[in-house]
Ligand binder design. Structure first.
Ligand code: NDP
Length: 457
């Protein structure tokens, strides 16, 4: 009996290692993608050990290869009548569970590696939501910072003039991400509608409420993150009440995470942008942050002009040296490395949950898990945004609108279910309390089973 288990484990490890080695060879120049793949692969040994059919059907190699990667030229004219050229992407990774679904990121760092890591993660995240959505991601190396409204509009129109032929309400449904909010989605949607000559509202999510958009979509990722942490705390017989919280970023995810954490009685001490962070020991004034970021589009350092209790510090990593009970990284990938993780642990942080995608590198994750910090991986903890995007698709299909409360209640239920699935999968496979393993397995198994049921093609 023991020999059999050992040999199954060996067999599973050898299979997974073989797929990863081949992946590294083919994608040597894509570090973010390999990092995301490695994190998931490491979790899957017990699954392959107990399900040899997955090896027989070679599901890992099939899932890790995107269905297709579309890359295209986007030319547009700036306000000085100069023609600019950017590169657009759409990675259609896997549609076993539903149409490809995932946001668009406009940021100068966008490249194929980042698109692929985000799209790969998205497959399992979307599976966890229980909604009928597959995995995809897209974007461009276009930098929206400092561009006029007209320039943003012309860029979005040029981007959609190519993208429209690859997407559709039952094919691929993009949404927002870094640099793409309701304004950009509106421009993209307008151009799609114009070209198609039809009102196919379900082709994009994150639209303005009243114009095909769902209420509570804007709040969904941040609120969902806090609902997820609420479940983590519940299992430890704790709540948000009077906990201190540090949140990185001051964009869409960060703002609504702060709002909901405060609603539950937490004191949020700090938030940031890509230049630096503000520390307000009396508690962040979220109305002021919203005014600075959402209305004025200013930098976060202007906060200290209005709040004498607050200080501004340049650089991003220093934010993790502020002692706190709960840390919520909500800015970007790899913002917490091993050193920052060790600082958080030394300062007594009990919970880390990822609002951003892959904000903690592998070393940091291992530090948290080894130190017994409750760790909520982004794939599970930030799935609220895409979950409400799927609810937006459902409303669009039914040509109806649901109230804010109705959507928020559904979101809350989905986040509880994601927590339960992740926690149960971790227990089932012998890793109780490890939500990284649990969420990877729970998401993966759904996709793997669907893939096998489709047959080989
Ligand atoms: P936004 O563009 O609204 O905000 C991003 C925030 O992160 C800004 O404060 C930005 O600062 C900061 N930031 C960006 N790059 C860096 C960097 N290199 N170092 C430090 N800070 C940085 O994006 P979102 O809030 O929508 O997205 C944040 C994260 O959450 C991303 O990882 C995204 O993929 C993930 N996510 C988003 C979802 C959504 O629904 N929006 C859903 C699930 C995940 P600055 O203004 O200076 O650029």
């Amino acid at each position: 009996m023991t020999t059999q288990v050992v040999s199954n484990t060996q067999y599973a490890k050898e299979y997974i290692d073989g797929v990863f080695e081949a992946l590294k060879e083919k994608n040597a120049h894509q570090p973010e993608f390999l990092q995301a793949a490695e994190e998931i692969f490491l979790s899957l040994v017990p699954v392959f050990e107990q399900n040899p059919a997955y090896i027989k059907h070679n599901v890992l190699a099939r899932i890790v290869e995107p269905d297709r990667i579309i890359s295209f030229r986007v030319s547009w004219q700036d306000d000085n009548n100069k023609v600019q050229v950017n590169r657009g992407y759409r990675v259609q990774y896997n549609n076993v569970i539903g149409p490809y679904k995932g946001g668009l990121r406009f940021h100068p760092t966008v490249n194929e590696s980042i698109m692929k890591f985000l799209a790969f993660e998205q497959i399992f995240k979307n599976a966890l939501t229980g909604q009928p959505i597959g995995g995809g991601k897209g974007g461009s190396d276009f930098n929206p910072k400092g561009k006029s409204n007209s320039e943003i509009m012309r860029f979005c129109q040029a981007f959609m003039t190519e993208l429209y032929r690859h997407i559709g309400p039952d094919v691929d449904v993009p949404a927002g991400d870094i640099g793409v909010g309701a304004r950009e989605v509106g421009f993209l949607w307008g151009q799609y509608k114009r070209i198609r000559g039809a009102y196919e509202a379900g082709v994009l999510t994150g639209k303005t409420p009243g114009y095909g958009g769902s209420l509570a979509r804007k709040e969904a990722t941040g609120y969902g993150l806090v609902y997820f942490v609420e479940e983590m705390l519940r299992e430890a017989n704790q709540t948000f009440f009077e906990k201190t919280v540090v949140v990185s970023g001051s964009g869409n995810v960060a703002i609504y995470a702060i709002e909901k954490a405060q609603h539950f009685g937490a004191r949020v001490l700090a938030c940031s942008d890509s230049a630096g962070y503000i520390h307000d020991p009396e508690g962040i004034d979220i109305k002021l942050v919203k005014e600075i970021k959402e209305i004025n589009g200013d930098r976060i350092n202007t906060y200290v002009e209005y709040r004498p209790t607050a200080t501004y510090h340049e650089g991003c990593t220093g934010i993790w040296s502020i002692p706190c009970d709960i840390a919520l990284p909500c800015a970007t990938q790899n913002e917490i490395d091993g050193d920052s993780a060790r600082t958080l642990i030394a300062n007594g942080t009990q919970v880390v949950a990822e609002g951003a995608n892959m904000p903690s590198n592998l070393e940091a994750i291992n530090e948290f898990l080894n130190a017994g910090v409750l760790f909520g991986p982004g794939k599970a903890a930030n799935a609220g945004g895409v979950a409400v995007s799927a609810l937006e698709m459902a409303q669009n299909s039914g040509r109806t609108y649901w109230s804010f409360q109705e959507v928020d209640e559904k979101l809350h239920g989905i986040m509880k279910s994601i927590y339960a699935q992740s926690s149960e999968a971790a227990k089932k496979y012998g890793y109780a309390g490890n939500l990284v393993v649990g969420s990877n397995i729970a998401g993966f198994v759904k996709v793997a089973d669907g893939l096998i049921s489709e047959g080989v093609y």
